[in-house]
Design a protein around this ligand. Structure first.
Ligand code: G16
Length: 549
């Protein structure tokens, strides 16, 4: 292949000018903001993906156009490394530099710097695959992405509309094809078949449980879940798809979806499930899931990412023990948003090692690879279970002496295929939870009994500049604005089991305030006071946070 043609890049870039006066930041999961401001960013991310592919010996890089849980007017871009994990963090800075280079000349300078610093062979082929969710702004942004890719002469595969985890899966499959690490068939059909087959094995011989109603946030999860359910078969899993309107403008994530349900702690619009029925919500790109039900007394009960982590960890630990592969150790990774009761249960009742890292799947995933089996979930429902190569080897080569051992081993092996190893995946996680509940013949209420969440509250505070907030200690302690943390601590000290922390969101233009305490009243009061403090002392704009009724 010829070297990079910088004149070609300059010419293409004139069609995707960077708006003046905007500073783009690479957030928790890539760039994310109002879609009408993203054209130049997406063009440049195309260039970055191609450069990284060249650097990685022409491996396939993935690019997903999505804004996940954000409102429909937003869009964004997530980058997927060859084995399905998020973009290597040292390259986030390059993404930021490319996105913020104002002129075509500056852009070319940054590209040349990346090439030199990484010793990139310009003549290597670049391979990039991409997909998008159902947002109306998606097609135009994909065209900008293609222009960026073409300007560097990249080979491309357009996977059309997919969930984010499907793109992660396919990127990994393409790069492992024909090797001993082959992850599967790099197609949507291959994805469904792999999951469906593994689910069948995981629930083999156990009776089906009641139907699961799934709120798909009116997003890409709706058609994909229907397709998956068809492959699994309703003889073993009955899924009722709700909020599947991907065509009517304004409906995506509107009063529905995993983020809404978790934040507001109430049923989504369009899912009026009766007492005793089982519900779940996906987010806009189907990488998060939360479960819920309405108790006999009418209380809404949420089973979030923390509950999924505890369920998955305890099931896996039991299987490991019964299968006789006890050398394989399980650990759990959480963030500061994990409910205090969840952490306490895992550490002190289940006696599992627990690590706490900064928000963002990229941080959790990395930490989880340190365990033989690493269970990582954010409280918002984003997560998965990772099996280390050694654990996989032990599980696949283990010999069994009893029928009980054989059964446990069969189910454990099925889980290694059922659980998406590349990233948190709502569809795969849904099947994982269902497989565990089927095996245990549990209702959601049975699952919920393990521990009782401390009342918690998540508040969004709008400030003039959220970038002035800087944290440390896995984002649990603010170091800037100076003095604010001491004031938060003084408030927290007044409440039994009180805990509160503040951090800037990396996906929305808000500051997030988290609070928990022994009772609902105390928790709400603490959340109200801390968010008021943030608003008053750190440039709150718009309405001052209100008391919760
Ligand atoms: C993304 C990340 C998650 C993170 C969430 C919220 O999720 O992948 O790890 O928890 O953003 O991040 P923040 O609090 O910084 O806004 P998604 O599903 O929106 O892509």
């Amino acid at each position: 292949m010829a070297s990079i043609n910088y004149d070609q890049i300059k010419e293409a870039a004139t069609h995707h000018p960077k708006p003046q006066d905007i500073k783009y930041t690479y957030g928790t999961a890539g760039f994310r903001m109002r879609a009408d401001l993203l054209d130049s960013v997406v063009f440049r991310v195309g260039i970055l993906a191609a450069l990284r592919s060249k650097k990685l010996d022409s491996k396939f890089l993935g690019v997903m156009v999505t804004a996940s849980h954000n409102p429909e007017r937003d869009n964004g871009i997530k980058l997927v490394d060859p084995y399905g994990d998020m973009l290597e963090q040292s390259w986030e800075e390059y993404a930021t530099q490319l996105a913020n280079s104002q002129t075509e000349d500056e852009l070319v300078e940054v590209i040349k710097r990346i090439v030199v610093e990484n010793n990139i062979d310009e003549t290597k082929e670049a391979n990039v695959v991409y997909a998008r969710d159902t947002r109306p702004s998606g097609p135009a942004l994909v065209m900008a992405l293609e222009d960026g890719l073409k300007s560097v002469g990249s080979e491309v595969i357009d996977f059309g509309i997919k969930t984010t985890p499907q793109l992660h899966y396919m990127t990994c499959c393409l790069n492992t094809k024909g090797t001993e690490k082959s992850y599967g068939d790099p197609s949507e059909l291959g994805y469904y078949k792999k999951l469906a087959e593994a689910f069948r094995k995981a629930v083999d011989g156990k009776p089906r449980i009641s139907a699961l109603y799934v709120d798909c946030a009116n997003g890409v999860g709706a058609p994909k879940l229907s397709e998956l359910a068809r492959h699994v078969g309703d003889d073993i899993l009955e899924v009722i798809v709700a909020n599947d309107d991907t065509r009517t403008q304004g409906k995506l994530n509107h009063l529905c979806g995993a983020d809404y349900v978790k934040t507001c702690q109430r049923l989504p619009l369009g899912m009026d499930i009766e007492k005793g029925k089982r519900g779940a919500s996906l987010d806009g790109d189907a990488d998060r899931i939360v479960f819920y039900f309405v108790d006999e007394d009418g209380t809404f009960k949420l089973l979030d990412g923390d509950k999924i982590a505890a369920l998955a960890a305890s099931f896996v630990i039991d299987l490991v023990k019964t299968a006789g592969v006890e050398g394989v150790k399980v650990g759990v990774v959480q963030t500061a948003y994990a409910n205090g009761s969840a952490t306490n249960y895992l550490k002190n009742v289940m006696k599992v090692p627990v690590s706490c890292v900064s928000t963002g799947v990229k941080h959790l995933h990395h930490e989880a690879t340190k365990y033989d089996i690493g269970v990582y979930f954010e409280a918002n429902g984003h997560g998965t279970v990772l099996f280390s190569p050694e654990a996989l080897k032990t599980i696949s080569s283990a010999k069994c002496e009893t029928a009980e051992q054989e059964d446990a081993l069969k189910r454990l092996r099925a889980l290694t295929d059922l659980i998406n190893q590349t990233v948190g995946d709502a569809l795969s996680d849904m099947l994982l939870v269902e497989a565990i509940l089927v095996n245990k013949q549990w209702t959601l209420k049975d699952w919920d009994q393990a521990y009782t969440d401390l009342p918690s509250r998540l508040v969004k505070v709008v400030v003039s500049d959220r970038h002035i907030f800087k944290g440390t200690n896995a984002e649990r302690t603010l170091i800037e604005p100076v003095g604010l943390q001491e004031k938060i601590d003084a408030l927290v000290g007044k409440y039994k089991d009180g805990r509160s922390f503040v951090r800037p969101s990396g996906t929305e233009d808000v500051v997030r305030v988290y609070a928990e305490a022994a009772t609902r009243e105390e928790c709400d009061e603490l959340a109200y006071k801390v968010s008021g403090l943030v608003y008053d002392e750190a440039g709150g704009t718009g309405g001052r946070p209100e008391e919760f009724l």
